[in-house]
Design a protein around this ligand. Structure first.
Ligand code: NAD
Length: 254
């Protein structure tokens, strides 16, 4: 993979995606990011700067034609494609009681979190084959463990982990594919202005993480950048948990 890289990133206008975009631009990469939120896109263009290496587009990961068009626009602008990060997601894990979970809600989670990943992969593959590139799909520690009333989110993220190893086996050796499972990442201060919230964590929130703090978008950005790099050349089909050790801590009720 050549440096600097050309990276296509979904859901890049806010939250973890915005953190990833900032990190990649700071290391000199070209970033083509998509989002469905117009206001957030306008604000992120301002915040990120680097207009010569940034393409920020409206595109919905559920819309196959737009996914294909935005990938083509990326290659037209920057000349190639080295990496894809499917980060866009319905990120609220709670859908309510399973006995009243409506089919439209279930479907919405699968469409954005899972089908969006498949559509990005489908249309990026010819370009990534040419560059011997890599793909990163955003899963969640909720693919591995649950709180009550999170069936749609958990199932969508568990499926992302399965899609990751299926793609890695199908697309190797030219293309590597890995998932990241973030734990609790604080994104309240990485939203568009109208939704930005002051962030406060309790001691108990910090203490349940062996590293002593809640996660930040930069923590996930660093892992995504590594997985796209040649340094990760022997890693594919994996689900990398980035959670400050939260899921390693054994908890007994008092
Ligand atoms: P966020 O809501 O802050 O950001 C998500 C972005 O994706 C938004 O800008 C939104 O407009 C965009 N988006 C939503 N639907 C889209 C679509 N159909 N097409 C294109 N863009 C779309 O969420 P976040 O917390 O930054 O989460 C990002 C990813 O990380 C998600 O996949 C989420 O499930 C995963 N994740 C987050 C956490 C966490 O603690 N924040 C933990 C585990 C996994």
């Amino acid at each position: 993979m050549s440096e600097p890289r050309v990276v296509y990133l979904t859901g890049g206008a806010q939250g973890i995606g915005l953190g990833i975009a900032e990190h990649l631009l700071a290391r000199g990469d070209c970033v083509a990011l998509t989002d469905i939120d117009d206001a957030a896109l306008a604000e992120c263009r301002e915040r990120l700067g680097h207009a010569e290496r940034l393409l920020a587009m409206v595109s919905d990961v559920r819309d196959e034609a737009r996914v294909a068009e935005s990938l083509e626009a990326t290659v037209a602008r920057f000349g190639r494609l080295d990496g894809v990060i499917h980060n866009a997601g319905l990120a609220d894990p709670f859908q309510g009681l399973v006995e009243s979970l409506d089919l439209a809600t279930w479907q919405a989670y699968l469409d954005t979190n899972l089908t969006g990943a498949m559509l990005c992969a489908k249309h990026a593959v010819p370009h990534l084959r040419a560059s011997h590139g890599a793909m990163v799909l955003m899963a969640s520690t909720r693919a591995l463990q649950s709180e009550p009333d999170t069936e749609a989110y958990a199932a969508s993220k568990g499926s992302v982990v399965a899609l990751t190893h299926a793609l890695a086996v199908s697309l190797g050796p030219e293309i590597r594919v890995n998932a990241i499972s973030p734990g609790w990442i604080e994104v309240g201060d990485w939203q568009k202005a109208a939704h930005r919230a002051p962030v406060e964590h309790r001691e108990i929130d910090r203490d349940q993480h062996p590293v002593g703090r809640v996660g930040r978008p930069e923590d996930i950005a660093a892992m995504a950048a590594f997985l796209l790099s040649d340094q990760a050349g022997f890693i594919t089909g994996q689900n990398l948990v980035v959670d400050g050790g939260m899921t390693r801590r054994m908890i007994y009720a008092e």
